[in-house]
Design a protein around this ligand. Structure first.
Ligand SMILES: [Zn+2]
Length: 166
């Protein structure tokens, strides 16, 4: 809540002064643009050592598969080894976690396709999201919904299975 006339002093100690430093939009390692993530995502995802040096006011997520950086901000970057879970975008395909909230991995997608011929994972996740049971901002390193990754991973698993049948 803002109280007019009383905010100036409080703001000077609690907010970052504009113009002092600008948060980078591109990853310092691979140079590709990153997506802004909530601070709570970075806090939830970092191991203690990384969390203890967290200082930048905002962070972006680097989704480049071959880049080791996961989060970056002003004068800091956190790598894969500093994150508590394997990062979907940065692990080799085949056995990665895809939906972090409800524990669905590539192996689960493949098993269901083998057994039933179709993937119901997206539908199940959509129902759980609608019931407001997801916690992407604190469970998924990318800080948002996994559905795009689930669809892509299910399609990739389908292509692999079909190729194996030939
Ligand atoms: Zn990068």
């Amino acid at each position: 809540m803002r109280v007019e006339g009383q905010t100036t002093e409080m703001e000077s100690c609690c907010t970052v002064k504009p113009g002092t430093a600008v948060s980078p939009t591109d990853c310092p390692h691979c140079g590709r643009p990153g997506r802004l993530v909530d601070r709570i995502t970075v806090k939830a995802m970092l191991r203690p050592e990384g969390l203890m040096r967290l200082s930048a006011p905002e962070h972006r997520f680097c989704a480049t598969p071959e880049c080791s950086v996961v989060y970056f901000g002003i004068e800091e970057a956190f790598g894969r080894e500093e994150v508590v879970v394997p990062v979907f975008q940065k692990e080799p395909a085949g056995d990665r976690p895809v939906c972090y909230c409800f524990g669905i991995g590539e192996a689960d997608l493949r098993r269901e396709l083998e057994e039933t011929g179709r993937s119901s994972a997206s539908d199940r996740i959509i129902a759980l999201v609608k019931a407001e049971r997801c916690a992407c901002e604190v469970k998924n390193p990318q800080g948002n919904c996994c559905l795009g990754n689930v669809a892509a991973a299910a399609n990739a698993a389908k292509v692999t299975l079909e190729a194996e049948k030939r």
